[in-house]
Design a binder for this molecule. Structure first.
Ligand SMILES: [Zn+2]
Ligand SMILES: [Zn+2]
Length: 195
């Protein structure tokens, strides 16, 4: 586990079962702006404080077989910016979330591939050989928590399909939009008809 103070960028928190065998991990991490690449239209604004705890859960699957799971519980509260689905201007989205998830080793369920996944197992994720990266989990949880479609205002006029003008800021002169109502355009259209 690496934990460094603010100012250090791109520092990832790696949770390993080896660490958890000694004791549960309590963390209070500040994820720097830009440290996580969320999605092309989503960005974190300022630091994202994430507070939580990781525990080792040992599953006894048989007399010889033990599976070491990581239970990760955390909460976060931060500011995000998402692009408006119509005019692609950034929209501020405050986000608060919490999660309680279970992660199994990558290969734990490989042979049980046919095993039906029950309802309460849908929340199960997997961790790789090196461990579980807190940032990966936070990224996924943030993306799941964001609304599917964000608009800057409910009646955002969007962009003109012809010239790309943001119609919330200014009307453009393109025919097909409000351009038809523009007298200059009516005049030009009149000319075109006469030719
Ligand atoms: Zn908009
Ligand atoms: Zn236009």
């Amino acid at each position: 586990m690496t934990c460094e103070g603010p100012g250090h960028r791109l520092v990832n928190v790696l949770i390993t079962t080896l660490d958890l065998q000694k004791e549960p991990l309590e963390f209070r991490q500040e994820i720097a702006e830009g440290a996580i690449d969320y999605a092309p239209d989503t960005r974190q604004v300022g630091v994202l404080p994430v507070t939580g705890r990781a525990d080792l859960i040992v599953e006894h699957r048989g007399p010889q077989e033990q599976v070491e799971d990581i239970r990760l519980r955390a909460e976060y509260r931060g500011q995000f910016e998402v692009l408006c689905a119509r005019c692609v201007e950034p929209v501020a989205v405050p986000l608060t979330g919490e999660f309680d998830l279970l992660f199994r080793p990558e290969n734990a369920d490989a042979e049980a591939g046919e095993r039906a996944i029950t309802e309460d197992e849908t929340e199960i994720g997997y961790y790789g050989k090196s461990g579980l990266e807190l940032e990966d989990v936070v990224r996924e949880q943030v993306l799941l928590s964001l609304p599917g479609r964000t608009l800057c205002t409910p009646d955002c006029k969007g962009l003109c399909a012809h010239c790309g003008q943001n119609l919330n800021v200014m009307q453009c002169g393109c025919a097909g939009s409000a351009g038809l109502k523009d007298p200059r355009w009516s005049a030009l259209q009149g000319l075109a008809l006469k030719q």
